[in-house]
Design a protein around this ligand. Sequence first.
Ligand code: 5AD
Ligand code: SF4
Length: 441
Amino acid sequence: MTLMKKFYIETYGCQMNVYDSQLVKRILMDHGWDETQDFHQADLILVNTCAVRENAEQRVRGRLGLFKTVKRDRPTVKVGLLGCMGQRLKEQLIEEENVLDFVMGPDTYRRLPVVLDELHNGIKNKIVDVKLDKTEMYDDVLPERDDQTRVTTFVTITRGCDNMCAFCIVPFTRGRERSKDPRLIIQEIEDALKQGYKEVMLLGQNVDKYHYQDVNFARLLDMVASIDPQMRVRFLTSYPQDLKNEVLEVMAGHENIARNIHLPVQSGSNRILELMRRGYTREWYLDRIKAIREIVPDCAIGTDIIAGFCTETEEDHQQTMDLMDKVQFDYAYMFKYSERPNTYAARNLPDDVPEETKIRRLNEIIELQNRHSYQSNQRDVGKIHQVLVEKTSHRSEKQLLGRNSQGKVIIFEADKSLIGQYVDVEVYDFTQATLLGRLKK
Ligand code: 5AD
Ligand code: SF4
């Protein structure tokens, strides 16, 4: 009997990276590798990375420092860096982080077995394989779904991004926008359903740009929601410029499409939106919010906001806070601007908002959002929510954790056997991040 070689993988960044790591796992497992959760046991250590903000990269560099000590003790272990940071820094990473044996980008994972062979056979000592490929969709690779609870699965429907927002590194790290064949998307979802999954999350940098022959996002969403009315469908991320009423109407027509739209606004100031090259105005954005509220009235709306983008004044910042007041987002991810090399902003605009000002504005935005999130939670109290149960809560085996259609986490007492099922829960209270409820049936 030969012992299987073991790999360990760590994933940073967005859901698309989580999905990509599942593809990587499948590719390795198909080539005789086995996964371990303990890097001390691993023959191969992989880090799938994010480059969206500088601190995301710093965290990865910190981890590489730890893996260096592992390699000092066991020089045969190979260490590879995957994902957006690899795509961005290429050879530079090999030079700066001598722990690394190889660097790969999001479009080259199918060559992983070849790369490992070349390193193993000593054909090469260090490898950088980062070519972007505008057609790569990993069509014939099914993800190795590793969610223990078997409730939610991801399907990437578009890769890359053509938007070229001034602040964003993604078009450089993930390449041109492309869409997956809808028949393969459906096959993949049916495969997940067979494994017992109950919820699918469709992923793309801008799902509204999905198109494959005559199938646009609205049509795809309709097709996916029709597979099984018991399967809940989520999608991420929407783009204000491209979000069509047609998509909202499909949502309204299917109860199993989750009532949640993530619609990053980034700023509430038209001057800043233009500098960001977002392609919409605050008036346009507010009109999209109005359309969501009219067509899908029970829909939760979330956003992303950047504080302290190039040349942002106090007046611009107030415009962002004013827009937040007008929309009353249910939740938001809020960041301070981090200049990314080679982006349009890095090349053409001054990163001139002082650090203390960025921090102060970010804190003001967070504080305002906390108030809005509190009010959003308050509106949920006393109502009955349909919850898809995901797992036991980390606090107690007797408590279950699930999400309502709006995507909010609800904790309630009930038996573990309900995991994977829909149950009705009455919410009676909440903490900052979770609703607290009682099982109704
Ligand atoms: N600085 C700060 N935040 C950024 N984001 C993207 N690029 C940057 C950057 N350079 C944020 C945006 C985006 C989210 C995924 O990350 O808000 O929507
Ligand atoms: Fe990070 Fe963006 Fe890459 Fe996702 S696509 S891993 S958020 S840089």
